[in-house]
Design a protein around this ligand. Sequence first.
Ligand SMILES: Cc1ncc(C[n+]2csc(CCOP(=O)(O)OP(=O)(O)O)c2C)c(N)n1
Ligand SMILES: [Mg+2]
Length: 315
Amino acid sequence: MNEAIKSVKLADMPDYELVKSGTGGCAGCPSPMGLRIVGKALGPNSIMVMTPSCAVASIGVMPKSCYDVPVLNVCFASAGASAAGVSMSLDAQLKSGELTGEKPTVFTWVGDGGTYDIGFQGISAAAERNDDFIHFCYNNEAYSNTGVQRSGATPKYATTTTTPAGKSAQKKNVPLLMLEQRVAYVATASLAYPQDFYRKVMKAKSIKGFKYIELHAPCGPGWKFASSDTVTLGRLAVKSGAWLLWEGEHGKLTLNTPTKPLAEGKMPLTELEDYLKAQGRFSHVMKSPQKDAVIDEMKAEIRREMDFMLGREKL
Ligand SMILES: Cc1ncc(C[n+]2csc(CCOP(=O)(O)OP(=O)(O)O)c2C)c(N)n1
Ligand SMILES: [Mg+2]
């Protein structure tokens, strides 16, 4: 691990703003909130690759853009290939002398639909080739932009417009797949822990090769909570164990605070019910006669994942 990159206080982060005024995102949207931190860590010498998503739909009307860096907006399947191409072209230009100075940081900003489902093969292939860019998945656990359809990242029992009675399948775990692909760097992050997220972006910037960072991104309209509660939902997810914070380099896993003390039982978990009842997409569970059994099943799944990650950390 690159120990030189320590936690930075919010007040000590650079003033640079990647997201300008005029974003068309909903109030409380996690995407611009996350991108602001990304911009502070990466700075203006960056190039962003995006696929269809809320982050693209809220960019503004051409020729205006709310993003301060060059943006390449590509189709879903090609985020991995496009970012790899941009990065390789910059390498070639630096080699030929056409470009001088520091190589711009190439990064993608893609939703969970674009990462887990539609663009997965291109991202997995870039990871396997160890192409030099950061893939960010901002995971709002649904296809929010098109009206909140379920994705591979939607948790079991959550309602979406395509799972009106609650999703019946377990969610995928793409960060874990990336860990087992032994990519140069992989991390999970949360909007409620911006210093942890900033440090992880700084670390990814310092490493050459393929980096994957997944940001848990609570979506008010999709999950049905008030726009002022985005960070509260993010914090409840981490404290209840519904979202785990960890990072890995070349397959070596480290659990981060507070996930590690929570998993080890050194800190009490927040009741999962507090997380579930703070959002409308689980309201059918809270009203169901099977409520206790469903919540017990969810808690057992969290325990299983925590135990798995504690064991995996020792490898
Ligand atoms: C190949 C293809 N299929 C479907 C669409 C329609 N579409 C546009 S945005 C979107 C949802 C994307 O979901 P996600 O990547 O999670 O981003 P979010 O909307 O949640 O920000 C879909 C399905 C498309 N543009 N291209
Ligand atoms: Mg999404």
